[in-house]
Design a protein around this ligand. Structure first.
Ligand code: ADP
Ligand code: MG
Length: 217
């Protein structure tokens, strides 16, 4: 899906975490979002996802203004640095959770989770709990859970921030595979130059403002 941000601002009192941002992201694009800690990257993604309300400005997904659309109805999935898995649930239950939430029958949900587990290479670990998995494996669960709802946009907030370089590259490969196979629009916040270099559209933020916006041809 195409994403358009128009004059987007998020203020906390006098402080503008996001300051009059304008941005166009093409359908299926792989976007790297960079910038120093505290510059407003997460705030921007959370507003796109509907988890944080803009102070002013507009967000359009595929030409439709979504400011008032509920997070669950935006077709967006998120992936986080700390994986944000349900610790008491198995890998299978974590991956199928969004389907159960949408009242998909359990047998069908289980079957689809099994398919997804193959894609993220966890089908041999379906009965494990998160604490019995490595960081890279936990992030693969989180990506499986993000993909199972067939999102049209994936927002990944420093998905490789807690991983070593080998695991980071594996997670990046998985996200790229998904982006190529399902053509979602994928925005990745990262501090890792090697990860950022794989993006086709680089956006740099400083002090809540875009200071560089470059589509690599
Ligand atoms: P980044 O993800 O780029 O590190 P964030 O988007 O999380 O930065 O935060 C941007 C700025 O907004 C930071 O200075 C942060 O302290 C501030 N901020 C975030 N949430 C709040 C809040 N609820 N109240 C006040 N300030 C906030
Ligand atoms: Mg952040």
């Amino acid at each position: 899906m195409e994403i358009k941000i128009e004059n987007l601002t998020k203020a906390y009192g006098d402080f503008k975490a996001v300051d009059n941002m304008n941005l166009n992201i093409a359908d299926g694009e792989l976007v790297g979002l960079l910038g120093p800690s505290g510059c407003g990257k997460s705030t921007t993604l959370f507003m796109l996802a509907g988890l944080n309300d803009p102070t002013s400005g507009h967000i359009y997904i595929d030409g439709k203004r979504v400011n008032e659309v509920a997070p669950a109805d935006r077709g967006i999935s998120m992936v986080f640095q700390n994986y944000a898995l349900y610790p008491h649930m198995t890998v299978a239950d974590n991956i199928m959770f969004p389907l159960i939430n949408r009242k998909v029958p359990k047998a069908e949900a289980r079957e689809r989770a099994q398919e997804m587990a193959k894609l993220v290479q966890l089908d041999h670990l379906m009965d494990r709990k998160p604490k019995a998995l490595s960081g890279g494996q936990q992030q693969r669960v989180s990506i499986g859970r993000a993909l199972i709802n067939s999102p049209t946009v994936i927002l990944a907030d420093e998905p490789t921030g807690n991983l070593d370089s080998k695991n980071s590259q594996e997670i990046m490969n998985l996200l790229r595979l998904s982006n190529e196979k399902y053509h979602q629009t994928l925005i990745i916040i990262t501090h890792d130059e090697e990860i950022a270099n794989q993006a086709k559209h680089l956006i740099r933020i400083e002090d809540g403002r875009i200071c560089r916006d470059e589509v690599i041809s």
